[in-house]
Design a protein around this ligand. Sequence first.
Ligand code: XIL
Length: 302
Amino acid sequence: GSTLQAAASGSGRYFGTAIAASRLSDGTYSGIANREFNMITAENEMKADATEPNQNQFNFTNGDRILSWAQSNGKRVRGHALAWYSQQPGWMQNMSGSSLRSAMLNHVTQVAGHYKGKIYAWDVVNEAFADGSSGARRDSNLQRTGNDWIEAAFKAARSADSGAKLCYNDYNTDNWSDAKTQAVYTMVKDFKSRGVPIDCVGFQSHFNSQSPVPSNYQTTLQNFANLGVDVQITELDIEGSGSSQASSYQRVVQACLAVSRCTGITVWGVRDSDSWRSSGTPLLFDGSGNKKAAYTSVLNAL
Ligand code: XIL
């Protein structure tokens, strides 16, 4: 194919990007996004601080703007994210215990319910494990409501939208040798064995010189897939430039294509100038919207 979405479709996969509602009026941005990508993630607009700014008062204005842009252009949407320690509204940050547990479950129910039937996959829980060698859960107000908060969130999401695939999403879970990867794997294996509803695992895949694409990345994706879940690369960006960046992107695409249950790849933004990273050039298009070497290597690898 001559675009990322067309090339990915050749093997039944999608190629997506994160979209910021505020940038859709930029014709260069929306033109590239519409041409190249067929799966859309709201970069911030479906997070809890955006969708429930006051408790039990929901605001779907910007999330709906992204959904309707995607739908009117024939694209599917990944929902991001229902339960997360970060980007919580102030009222939620100040809650704890059983009242927080109820508020979290209500949030999952209301947001997944609002978007029922319109979402390909939800990141139900995002970033719930600690970095480093502990293999422990990340400490957070949600974690302190009890270790079963993650499965409770998944069950609420399934009840609210039985048609959406339900994903656990995290970063630094790419290297099979890392304690964090093993801890997430153990949780998913446990969920599958006990019938907790989980359909997919998202690998954010924010790579840089400190955390490059690991040599066992494909092994990690395959081992998770072997548990009976789909795997997806959900927030890909890679610091660097030129041929070294291009070859890292190529390795990520090759790893996904080698795993039959790796159903798609999403990059976290369109142009380098749209990236959440404060510096660097981590994406596939430069600030003027020109295709980079990384773009060409991805297209050729798909
Ligand atoms: C980032 C957005 O890109 C930024 O605009 C925002 O300021 C902070 O969040 N992991 C995630 C994403 O799951 O939601 C984060 O997105 C990047 C890291």
